[in-house]
Write a protein of this length. Structure first.
Length: 210
């Protein structure tokens, strides 16, 4: 089954991403905005989670309400910048588990290399939300989902703040079954593999190491 691609067009989200792009935006404001935008993207990415009925009692009477069936969710940030999206998502789903995938990019070849992977023992039974601020060449996202599938984990979705067409095309080709949720689609990659117009190095801006 072919996964879907959702490019967000909500005015509030686009407004916040516009502020994030500004080079004078402070580390604190940038970090806060990342969390807010992550919440908005996750809201859309979780739209089709299954629901189950639950009997409750309101102050007025007994009734049937809906709850997320099973509640088996897991957020998997790609280190290190992906961590910046976790708090916003966990505000929406505080009981979600968190895994971590560590990749570093060779500055010459731009190829990703694995150095860490820690996941919940029952990750294969969970809906996985892989998160990374930028989808540039697509290498890190592809490698992260490769790592998950090699471990028998197939219920994967990918969330990012900003994507380049090259990265989206590469990820779709490598993992056509994965749903992809994007805050904004930018123009292209430059010769150094950075998204244009982009917002700079997301990890540096989140952690104040720029």
């Amino acid at each position: 089954m072919m996964g879907k691609v959702v490019i967000m067009d909500h005015p509030l989200l686009q407004h916040k991403i516009g502020i994030m792009r500004m080079k004078e935006t402070s580390t604190k404001d940038f970090r806060d905005l990342v969390n807010e935008v992550a919440m908005l993207i996750y809201y859309e990415a979780s739209r089709d989670l299954p629901l189950a009925d639950k009997e409750i009692e309101t102050p007025i009477c007994k009734t049937t309400v809906k709850e997320i069936a099973g509640k088996k969710l897991c957020v998997v940030p790609i280190l290190r910048a992906g961590i910046g999206l976790c708090d916003g998502i966990l505000r929406m789903n505080p009981n979600a588990k968190v895994g971590h995938i560590g990749l570093f990019r060779d500055e010459k070849t731009l190829e990703p290399h694995e150095y860490f992977c820690k996941l919940p023992h029952d990750a294969a039974e969970r809906d996985i939300f892989v998160v990374d601020p930028m989808l540039a060449t697509g290498g890190s996202a592809i490698a992260a989902i490769d790592m998950l599938k090699k471990r028998g984990i197939y219920r994967n979705r990918f969330l990012c703040l900003i994507a380049a067409p090259e990265g989206l095309e590469a990820l779709r080709k490598a993992h056509p079954d994965v749903d992809i949720y994007i805050g904004a689609m930018d123009e292209h990659l430059n010769e150094n593999g950075y998204i244009v117009p982009g917002l700079g190095d997301a990890g540096d801006r989140i952690f104040g190491t720029k």
